[in-house]
Structure formats: C-alpha cells, structure tokens
Ligand binder design. Structure first.
Ligand SMILES: [Zn+2]
Ligand SMILES: [Zn+2]
Length: 412
C-alpha cells in the first residue's frame, strides 16, 4: 500500500508504519531531504529512503557527489534584512503601530537611517520631534508583499463563466498568461484569449490544444556599481548592483508529443526592469583567445556555464533556481570582456548572489563537475539546458563550457 503526497508531509505529519520513502527529485535543501526521509522508520524501526534524481544539473551533481549530502549540517538560511525593498515596508508597518524613535533604530540594522530618509522623501513617513509617523490612510502592512513578487497580481478568469481560476504575480504573468499562452490549472488546460495588464486580468477559455507554449524573452543587464572584486584564476569575480531589463518578445508553440516547432508568435509586452544584486565573472581576451582558436563557440560556452551555475547555486545559497537568473555574453558593453552574470530575482537582492560571490570557487568547481559527470554528448536538461532559458537553449556548447570553467578555475 502506498501514499502519494506533496512535500506537505515533510512538515512533521506522522503517518505510522511507513517502511520506505521515495523522493521524486532533489527537494531543494538538506533540511527538507532529512524531514522527508524521516517519515519512515519511526520508533526505531528500519526504513529505506530513495532519492530519484530529475533532469536537473543539481540532481546530477548530487548523485555523483553523495558526500555533499551525507555528514553535512542542514543549510543556513540566506536573507538580507537590510535590503531597502524589504526593510522599507517593515519600517512603515512598525511606524504605523507605534511611531518610531531614535532608540528603535538599532533594532532594524545599520541601513535604517538612510531608508527612513527615503521613506520621508517619498511622503510615506513624516518626521516629527517625537519620532517617525505613518502618514497614510491605507494599511502600512499592505506594502509588504508576502509573495515577494511585487506589482499587482493578475487575475485569471474564465471568459465564458466569469469564474476566477487563480492569480499570477505580475512578473510571472508576462511568461505564463500572455495572450496565446497555454495555461494549466488543476489538471485542466486553458488557452489565454487576452492578457490585459492595465485591467490586471487574463481571460482564458477551456481548450484541448496539441501543443504547448513557451515564452521567449530578451534580457539586458547593466552594471550600476561594483561593491567587491577579487581575482579568480586569470579572470576577475565581482559583486555589485545591476539593473536587469527583461522583455517577453514572442512565444514558441511546440507539438506535445514530438516537441516539433510549430511557430514563433510575436508579442507586444512592456519591458520590466529589476534593480538587484549580481555576482559576475570576466575573463580577459588573452585567456579566451586560445579557446576561440580551438574552435570553441565562446557565446555558447559562456551560456552553458551560466545555466549550469544557476542550477548549482542552490547548493551554496538556500534558494530555488527560479529565484535567480543569469545573463552571459562573449563581450559585455560594461566590462568589454566575456562576462557571465548570475543575479537575484528579487528587487534589491535577497543575498543569493552575495553567497555565490563568497563561495565562488566551490560553486563554480561544482558547476564544472556537474557538467563533466553528465553522460550526455552535447548537453541535456541534467547539465546545461535550462527550463527557464528565454533564448530557447540556444546556443549551448557543453565541451566549451568545461574548457571555459577549466580556464577560469586555473590558479595563476
Ligand atoms: Zn547532460
Ligand atoms: Zn539561457
């Protein structure tokens, strides 16, 4: 007799008499893994737990490196409470309860005075001799979005019945419920007839298409400031503030069974900008010239290394690969060099890129190992292909990525 469950069961639910646990895919953290494993073998009973790896670079790495799981403590949580996008709404909520005084400021950390000045300048708080006061009629707690998505959510509505199926946060709406998208909801398939961003609604209709859709976007990144730099092999590693501009420009239709391309339909959606933190590495022309001479597609190699490194970062910073993004280029306008960026997907940064900077050698070594140990010939979802690539996983060069990372990780 078996029981199929979501990860809800990991949260301490005790079903007595379980003999074995089968885990479908790496659950994301060692803490979750041990919680899930611990559902079987209660009261000193013997038990078996099996982790079934998915097509994912991190799963590939872990099945080849079980030592990354066994004998390691559970991970430290990464968060950045001084992020102004996080701190600002919290200060407003606190001030709405009881006006903030000078004595309170140390509780909120060293960036508090600067963030308070900004909130006063925006008219959200007012400075009086007795402290900082919330000035608005609305509830200050509404400023903090527990989904962390930002923007107003888009309501997904069935056009024939007016039934509300759910909501999608605004950033994801561009990729998941754009006009023409196939949208899955609790096992039912819908076609998006219209996405109206101004009205905050996506109208959908029940449909049975023989294809899926996949949004393509163009991502640009510019460096606003470099906070830290250090040498890495012949190259340089940086951490700093960036602005990421993403625009969904079209969507691909793919036949369900064969994956055959049925077309690329243009979309007109506004660009979205994100101010966040990133870790990035560059290699000088002298280091990449031998690779180009050896016939390696540098753009494809950098792109493959970027994808795999995004897949592996969750091992070093407790995050989901969907919390981070990347951009790679053979020649970036701001650096004038081959550059690979990995950025936090949240406004202001959530601390993941910073953790990547601190653990860069371990992180990029594990990335290279994951690519090398994958049995595929030219790249697959277990190593360098990414389910969220806005460029349809083109171009990618698996062997080139290994050579590029070898170059980067060679001590000088
Ligand atoms: Zn592979
Ligand atoms: Zn990509």
């Amino acid at each position: 007799m078996g029981l199929a469950t979501t990860n809800a069961l990991e949260l301490g639910v005790d079903v007595s008499g379980l003999d074995a646990v089968l885990i479908a895919g790496w659950p994301g953290t060692r803490a979750s893994l041990w919680q899930q494993v611990g559902r079987a073998g209660r009261d000193g009973q013997d038990a078996l737990a099996v982790l079934i790896a998915r097509d994912d670079p991190l799963d590939t790495y872990l099945v080849h490196h079980p030592e990354a799981l066994f004998g390691r403590p559970v991970e430290a949580i990464v968060l950045d409470p001084s992020n102004p996008y996080v701190l600002g709404p919290h200060l407003c909520a606190a001030a709405a309860e009881i006006p903030l005084t000078e004595d309170d400021l140390p509780i909120f950390g060293p960036t508090t005075p600067k963030v308070l000045d900004d909130l006063v300048a925006q008219g959200l708080l007012r400075r009086r001799p007795t402290g900082w006061f919330w000035t608005r009629r609305e509830r200050a707690t509404d400023l903090a979005d527990i989904r962390g998505g930002g923007g107003n959510p888009i309501q997904v509505v069935e056009s024939s019945t007016g039934r509300l199926l759910g909501s999608v946060d605004e950033p994801s709406a561009h990729t998941t419920v754009h006009t023409g998208a196939i949208y899955l909801h609790q096992g039912e398939t819908f076609l998006v007839e219209l996405l109206d961003l101004d009205a905050g609604v996506a109208l959908v209709t029940s449909a049975y298409p023989d294809y899926t859709t996949f949004a393509r976007d163009i991502t640009d990144i510019s460096i606003l400031s470099t906070e830290r730099s250090t040498s890495l092999g012949p190259g340089t590693l940086h951490f700093g503030e960036v602005e990421v501009t993403r625009q969904v420009v079209s969507y691909l239709k793919r036949r369900l069974q064969s994956g055959e391309m049925l077309g690329d339909e243009p979309l007109e959606l506004p660009p979205r900008t994100l101010r966040t933190r990133a870790v990035w590495w560059t290699l000088p022309a002298s280091a990449v010239a031998p690779l180009a001479e050896a016939g390696i597609d540098l753009g494809g190699a950098a792109h493959a290394a970027e994808h795999a490194s995004i897949g592996l970062l969750p091992l070093f910073a407790t995050c989901d690969r969907w919390d981070i993004g990347g951009v790679s280029t053979e020649l970036h306008a701001d650096t004038g060099l081959l550059t690979v960026f990995v950025y936090d997907g949240h406004e202001g940064g959530a601390g993941f890129a910073e953790r990547g900077y601190a653990r860069a050698t371990d992180w990029l070594t594990a990335t290279r190992e994951a690519i090398m140990s994958c049995e595929c010939e030219r790249g697959c979802p277990s190593c360098i292909q990414s389910p969220k690539c806005g460029n349809g996983n083109e171009p990618l060069d698996k062997r080139g990525a290994i050579r590029l990372l070898n170059t980067l990780l060679t001590p000088q």
